[in-house]
Design a protein around this ligand. Structure first.
Ligand SMILES: Cc1cc2nc3c(=O)[nH]c(=O)nc-3n(C[C@H](O)[C@H](O)[C@H](O)COP(=O)(O)OP(=O)(O)OC[C@H]3O[C@@H](n4cnc5c(N)ncnc54)[C@H](O)[C@@H]3O)c2cc1C
Length: 468
């Protein structure tokens, strides 16, 4: 990067918050993704206020420098890996938390992680009923940018459903506020759908392609202190899937619901079951692992009873091993996602959603791809809202074996194609989906038009959003 530009940037953020040193840049060349090439950017800036973000973007736009917004760097699909000759804008210095107790919301700076916010809200007997497995590193802004799902999604949906408004800096440096806070006289975030169309939604899942989210306003809920767990067994997939649907239809407050094929569950538990205190068990063909949470104990007892009756009415049985959902809920899934890290495998992940009644379609797709391509993998997921189930299949490779890596990349592309044909949808339009999507030309053209309008110089994370 031209020295003149570095000087301009350092005048905005101060010399200590910009670097062009290679050893520093290496840290920004990568992410938690296990199968994407690192790319070293030209520089990293760490602005400390929204105004600084705005001034930095004005400079990047003037010189047409590609920009990668970065928060926790914990994303898994390569979306935060920078471009060559680019600028990384790291937002972790935006750390403010402002609670609006009577509005049932909180506003956080882009650098606030879920872990930090949870600790803060706990003191007020509140929480955001949503927690990704990466919560200690992941920020709310980063999760909004990918429209993630997590613990609590079983009742509350993807993070999009909880967002009340955003402060965003557009590529030309304009600062906008969405939701009720767009009114400068507003007492704070109390309504998302204010002032016409849902502009908040435009930035959710935009992968940093439309602008930089500097603040997230989000709903708070009274903290659930009553949580109970159980596991439910089924011999036929249709019955297990129907169980997921019935839990929702009956308004059971199942904050965590995961359906496992017996052999996949055994695979996980062989690796980490002992560590998490899950007793040995002869697992049925399909197991549903459930955590039900409530603010009041009587509500919890009623829901637990109802979940057992629904299971039995469908011809299933209550397994009674509570340690599995308890470990999943309390340890936030790290144990299962971690199994691949534990073994030093690298992998490609393919986040997507299916309706619960089509759960088997994803399962069939991943098994068929693994068999045909001769690759190993696993898949897991959880109920993610009103009518959806969030899946995250991973296909492994040995990083030393380049042939295997290439085979896994091709298997991954093929899996996306097959999943699309089953009716599955991505919640983040990662770049590789562009080869899988068919019959959506008008939609993609409209998305391109929006991108071009907001970001005519195409500086914001170019190519990441479905190849746009
Ligand atoms: C062990 C493990 C478990 C995980 N479990 C979950 C899970 O349960 N649920 C889930 O959803 N994800 C999960 N993830 C993936 C990841 O943690 C999430 O996607 C996370 O929310 C990303 O947030 P981040 O702050 O790390 O964002 P980053 O990785 O920094 O960025 C993610 C994307 O958002 C863009 N971006 C970042 N900040 C901004 C901003 N301020 N404005 C605009 N764009 C921005 C980036 O350019 C990039 O495209 C997991 C990851 C790991 C490693």
């Amino acid at each position: 990067m031209d020295k003149k530009i570095v000087t301009e940037l350092s005048k905005v953020v101060g010399k200590e918050y910009i670097s062009t040193k290679k050893d520093v840049l290496i840290a920004y060349s990568t992410s938690a993704s296990m199968s994407y090439e690192n790319v070293i950017p030209d520089a990293v800036v760490r602005p400390g206020t929204t105004e600084e973000v705005s001034r930095v973007l004005k400079i990047a736009n003037k010189y047409k420098i590609p920009v990668t917004p970065r928060c926790g760097g914990s994303s898994l699909q390569g979306e935060v890996i920078p471009h060559s000759n680019s600028l990384v804008i790291e937002l972790m210095r935006l750390e403010d938390i402002v609670l609006y107790k009577d509005l049932r919301s909180v506003t956080v700076g882009a650098g606030v992680t879920f872990g930090k916010l949870d600790k803060y809200l706990n003191k007020h007997d509140l929480w955001i009923p949503f927690y990704p497995g990466s919560a200690l590193a992941a920020t709310l802004a980063g999760n909004v940018a990918v429209n993630g799902a997590g613990f609590g999604s079983g009742v509350y949906g993807c993070i999009a459903e909880l967002v009340m408004g955003l402060e965003v800096v557009l590529p030309d440096g304009t600062i906008i506020q969405t939701g009720s806070e767009a009114n400068p006289n507003s007492p704070g975030p109390f309504l998302r759908y204010a002032f016409g169309p849902d502009l908040t939604g435009l930035f959710i899942g935009s992968l940093g392609s439309f602008g930089i989210i500097t603040k997230v306003s989000i709903k708070t809920h009274k903290r659930m202190r009553h949580i109970d767990y159980n596991t439910y067994g089924f011999n036929e997939v249709e019955k297990a899937e129907r169980f997921l649907l019935k839990l929702k239809e009956n308004d059971i407050n199942a904050v965590w619901v995961a359906l496992y094929e017996g052999r996949v569950l055994e695979f996980f538990l062989e690796m980490v079951g002992e560590e998490y205190g899950v007793p040995q068990h002869d697992w049925p063909t399909f197991t549903v692992s459930v955590a039900i949470g409530h603010v009041r104990k009587d509500q919890l007892q009623s829901d637990m009873k109802m979940a057992g009756s629904i299971c039995e009415q469908l011809g299933g049985y209550v397994i009674g091993v509570k340690e599995l959902p308890k470990a999943e809920w309390e340890d936030r899934m790290r144990e299962l996602a971690r199994s691949s890290y534990v073994h030093g495998w690298h992998w490609r992940i393919l986040y997507h959603h299916q309706p619960p009644i089509s759960w088997h379609k994803s399962m069939d797709a991943i098994w068929s791809v693994m068999d045909e391509y001769g690759v190993l993998g696993h898949t897991a997921g959880f109920l993610s809202g009103h009518g959806s189930y969030n899946w995250y299949p991973q296909i492994y490779f040995d990083p030393q074996d380049k042939n295997e890596e290439e085979r896994v990349k091709e298997a991954h592309r093929e899996l996306a194609r097959r999943l699309f044909k089953t009716g599955a949808v991505p919640f983040k339009l990662a770049e590789y989906w562009k080869d899988a999507i068919e019959g959506m030309d008008d939609y993609m053209a409209f998305l391109k038009l929006i991108k071009k309008t907001i970001d005519p110089n195409n500086i914001m994370n170019p190519g990441v959003l479905g190849g746009i």
